[in-house]
Design a protein around this ligand. Structure first.
Ligand code: GUN
Length: 711
C-alpha cells in the first residue's frame, strides 16, 4: 500500500481556527487548523500510552487514517526515559506520528492517584518545548460527588490558572481550556463563560474539553452527562470545538454530536480489549461465550471467536484493540455522514434504544427540548432548535419520538408564531373565518389526495381555513408540499387513524384557530370534472401559500406580503406545481420542488429588502432589538471591503460581517446589506447570527446572486 504522506501545516494565519463546513443543528462537521494538518471533526483522539503502545501511532496514521491522537505530557515529563528524548527530538518523533498530537496535563492522574508534583506553568512550558500541537492546562478535576463549595473552588482555581497558562503557551502551542463544575449546571455555565473569555496577548483557548465526567460514564449516569454537556455548551464560545474528556464509547457518539460535541478521546479501545470485550455501536460484548461475531471488522474477518479466545493474551489484546478502534472509527464516520445528510438526530434516536440508561437520557433531552425552560440546558436546547434548518428533503421516518425532532419542533414553532389567517378570502370578502376544515385520513402528496376536497370546501364556504392533520400535528394547507410534513414515511395505518379530539383542539389552539367551529373532512374520490369556481380558488390558494411560506420562513409581515402578491402570476410544472412566481416581468421566487422551501430570486430579494431597508444593528451595538413576530427579511451587515466581491456573487466569509439579525436561520434565505442599507446580495445563511459574530473562517452565507453585478 502507498505510504500515507505527511500532513501539510495550516496557513500561519489560520492556526487554531475552527470552521464549520456542514451542519445539522448543533452538530457540525468542522475543520480545525493546526501545524500538523487540518482536523476534520467530529473525531476521536485515540489515547496512546507512551509506555505501552497497544497499536503503534504510525499504524494509526497509515492504516486507520487517524489524523490526531492524544497522549499524556505528565507521564512523559515524569519518566526520564521519555522526557529526554521528547525534549531532544520532539513529541512527533518520539511517538513516530506525523499528524496532530494533543496532550493532557496530569489532571486526570491527580484524580486517580492524588496530587501531581508538576507546576501550572511548568507543564504548559513542557508541552510547548516538546512541540505538542494542542496541549492542556493543569485544571482542577471536579468530581461529581464533590460538594458545591469544592466544585466552586475547582472552577475558580481552574479559571485563575487560565491566563498564566495561555501566556506560557505562547504563539504556537494551542491549549485546551477544560470546563469543570461537577453536576451543577450553573457552575458549568459559569466555567464555560470564564474559560471562554480568558486570553493572552496571542490567543484564547483553542478547544474546550468538558472535564470531570469519567466517573459519570463509568457508572452509566448518562442523563446527568448530557445535562452537563448542555449546560457547558450554553456559554462556551461557538467558534471553539468542544471535547468530551475521556469519552470513547461509540454508543454515546450520536447524541453527543447532535448536542454539539466535536471531539472525543478514549483509551476504551485498548482497555476494553485487555478485558476481552468488544465495542459495538450498540454497546459492549464479552468475547467469552461468543460463537459468532455481533459486528464485523477487518481485524476479526476470517477468525472465529473461539480462535481468538485461544490466542496468547497480548496477541488477543492487540487484535481486539484493532477491532475496537475500527468500530469506533466506523461509527464516527457514520455520524459525520448523518450530520452531512441531516439525520444525526434520527441516528441518536435509533441508538437510544440500545441501552435503557441511554434511552432515559434521550427521553430527558427531548422533554427539555419540548419544555425549553429558562435555564442553562434550556438555553442550549433553544439555540440547538433555532440553529436547525426546519425544511429538509428526504424521508421522515415515523417513530414514537418523531414530533420531538428539533427540525419538526422548529417548523411547528415558526408556524405557530408567524402563520396568520388570510387577510381576504378567495371571493373577495374579508373578516374572520366561518369554520376550519380539517382534512384527515389521506397520505401525502396532499395536492393529489386532498386538493379537490379543499377546493370543494372553499367553494361551499369561502371563509374556510383548510388544514391537514398529520402525525406531527395540524398544518395549514399552504404547507402541504413542505418537507418534513410531506415526506413522513410510515405504514398506511398512520394516515387512517382518526385525530384525537383533545389533541386536535390543542393543535388548532396553537395555530390561533381555537374557538372557531371545525369540521373533519375525509377526502373521497377525485371528481371527474373540475368544480365551478375551482380556478379562482386555486389561484387564491397559490397566493396564500406564497404569503404563508414567506411570512413563516422569512419573517415578513403577512400584510406586506398580501400587497406584494396582489398581482402575482405563477408558472406551473407539468405535474401542476408552481415553479415560478412573478409580479409583472420580475421573477420573485420559486418554491423548491424537492422540499417545498423557498428559492428567492434577486427580484424577490429587492422587493423584500425594500420593505425593511434599514441595516441591522452592529454586533457591538448596545441598542435593544425590539421583539416582533415578523421582524422582516433576515439581514447580514457586510464589511465595506467585502462589498465588491459579494455584490458580484461571491460567498460571504466569516470575519467580514459586522452585524446580523438574530432571527437568521441556517439553511433559509437571507439578504446581505451594506452599512448604508443598500442591498448587496441574497443567499442562504449557513450560520446563526451568534456564529457570524464569532467565527473567523469559513462560509457564513452561500450567495445565490449579487445585487451589484454590472449588466
Ligand atoms: N481526562 C479525563 N477527565 C479529565 C479532566 O477533567 N481534566 C483533564 N485535564 N483531563 C481529563
Amino acid at each position: 500500500m502507498a505510504k500515507r504522506p505527511d500532513p501539510d501545516p495550516c496557513r500561519p494565519q489560520d492556526l487554531g481556527l475552527f470552521e464549520i463546513v456542514s451542519r445539522d443543528g448543533a452538530a457540525r462537521i468542522g475543520k480545525f487548523h493546526t501545524n500538523h494538518g487540518i482536523l476534520t471533526t467530529p473525531m476521536l483522539l485515540p489515547v496512546v500510552n507512551p509506555n505501552l503502545r497497544t497499536i503503534e501511532p504510525r499504524e494509526m496514521w497509515e492504516r486507520y487514517g487517524v489524523d490526531a491522537l492524544i497522549t499524556n505530557s505528565y507521564v512523559i515529563w515524569k519518566h526520564e526515559k521519555l522526557r529526554s528524548p521528547a525534549l531532544e527530538k520532539g513529541i512527533h518523533e518520539l511517538l513516530d506520528f506525523p499528524g496532530i498530537v494533543v496532550t493532557d496535563s496530569g489532571t486526570f492522574q491527580s484524580y486517580v492517584y492524588g496530587d501531581v508534583e508538576v507546576g501550572v506553568e511548568e507543564i504548559v512550558s513542557f508541552q510547548r518545548e516538546i512541540g505538542v500541537d494542542i496541549g492542556t492546562m493543569l485544571d482542577v478535576f471536579g468530581r461529581p460527588d464533590m460538594g458545591r463549595e469544592e466544585l466552586e473552588s475547582a472552577v475558580s482555581e481552574t479559571s485563575q490558572r487560565a491566563v498564566p497558562s495561555l501566556e506560557e503557551a505562547g504563539e504556537q502551542l494551542l491549549l485546551n481550556g477544560p470546563i469543570q463544575g461537577g453536576l451543577h449546571h450553573d457552575l458549568r455555565a459559569e466555567a464555560g463563560g470564564l474559560m471562554g473569555l480568558a486570553e493572552s496577548e496571542h490567543r484564547g483557548f483553542a478547544v474546550h474539553p468538558i472535564g470531570g465526567i469519567v466517573p459519570l460514564m463509568e457508572k452509566q449516569r448518562y442523563r446527568e452527562l448530557f445535562g452537563i454537556i448542555l449546560a457547558s455548551r450554553s456559554t462556551i464560545p461557538r467558534n471553539r470545538p468542544i471535547h468530551m474528556f475521556g469519552c470513547g464509547h461509540p454508543l454515546l457518539f450520536p447524541l453527543s454530536i447532535a448536542l454539539g460535541v466535536d471531539l472525543f478521546d478514549s483509551a476504551a479501545y485498548a482497555l476494553f480489549a485487555r478485558d476481552g470485550r468488544l465495542l459495538t455501536p450498540e454497546g459492549t460484548v464479552k468475547l467469552e461465550g461468543l460463537r459468532e461475531w455481533p459486528t464485523n471488522s477487518s481485524a476479526l474477518f476470517g477468525k472465529t471467536p473461539e480462535q481468538v479466545r485461544e490466542m496468547d493474551r497480548d496477541e488477543r489484546t492487540v487484535l481486539l484493540s484493532h477491532h475496537n478502534l475500527e468500530v469506533t472509527q466506523a461509527e464516527l464516520a457514520r455520524c459525520r455522514e448523518a450530520v452531512r445528510n441531516g439525520t444525526i438526530w434520527e441516528l441518536a434516536e435509533k441508538r437510544s434504544h440500545s441501552s435503557p440508561r441511554l434511552r432515559e437520557a434521550f427521553l430527558w433531552v427531548i422533554d427539555e427540548l419540548e419544555e425549553l425552560e429558562e435555564n442553562e440546558a434550556g438555553n442550549a436546547l433553544l439555540d440547538l432548535m433555532a440553529s436547525t434548518n426546519p425544511v429538509r428533503g428526504g424521508g421522515e421516518p415515523i417513530s414514537e419520538d418523531i414530533d420531538s425532532r428539533p427540525h419538526i419542533l422548529h417548523m411547528m414553532a415558526l408556524i405557530s408564531l408567524r402563520w396568520r389567517l388570510p387577510g381576504s378570502w378567495w371571493d373577495g370578502s374579508s373578516g374572520p373565518p366561518d369554520r376550519v376544515v380539517v382534512l384527515e385520513g389521506k397520505p401525502p402528496p396532499w395536492r393529489n389526495t386532498c386538493l379537490h376536497t379543499a377546493v370543494e370546501a372553499l367553494i361551499e364556504v369561502p371563509k374556510s381555513v383548510v388544514v391537514i392533520s398529520t402525525p406531527v400535528g395540524v398544518i395549514p394547507f399552504s404547507f402541504e408540499d413542505v418537507s418534513p410534513f410531506c415526506h413522513i414515511d410510515g405504514p398506511e395505518a398512520i394516515w387512517l387513524d382518526s385525530t384525537d379530539d383533545e389533541q386536535l383542539s390543542e393543535d388548532l389552539e396553537t395555530l390561533g384557530l381555537g374557538g372557531i367551529p371545525y369540521v373533519i373532512s375525509k377526502p373521497g374520490e377525485i371528481p371527474e370534472n373540475p368544480l365551478e369556481g375551482a380556478m379562482d380558488v386555486r389561484l387564491w390558494m397559490d397566493r396564500c401559500s406564497v404569503v404563508d411560506k414567506l411570512s413563516v420562513l422569512c419573517a415578513i409581515k403577512p400584510s406586506e406580503l398580501c400587497e406584494m402578491t396582489e398581482n402575482m402570476e405563477s408558472r406551473r410544472s407539468k405535474t401542476d406545481r408552481i415553479i415560478n412566481v412573478s409580479v409583472g416581468d420580475e421573477h420573485l421566487l420559486s418554491p423548491r420542488l424537492t422540499d417545498g422551501g423557498i428559492s428567492l430570486a434577486i427580484g424577490g430579494a429587492r422587493k423584500l429588502h425594500s420593505i425593511n431597508p434599514e441595516p441591522p444593528l452592529r454586533f457591538d451595538s448596545s441598542e435593544a432589538i425590539p421583539e416582533a413576530d415578523h421582524p422582516g427579511m433576515p439581514r447580514v451587515l457586510l464589511s465595506e471591503d467585502a462589498i465588491p466581491f459579494v455584490g458580484k456573487g461571491r460567498n460571504v466569509m466569516h470575519g467580514y460581517i459586522e452585524g446580523a439579525d438574530p432571527h437568521i436561520i441556517p439553511g433559509q434565505p437571507c439578504i446581505v446589506v451594506s452599512s448604508s442599507g443598500e442591498l448587496v446580495a441574497h443567499g442562504v445563511a449557513l450560520s446563526t447570527a451568534l456564529e457570524m459574530s464569532l467565527f473567523r473562517k469559513g462560509i457564513a452565507v452561500k450567495i445565490r446572486d449579487g445585487a451589484l453585478k454590472e449588466d
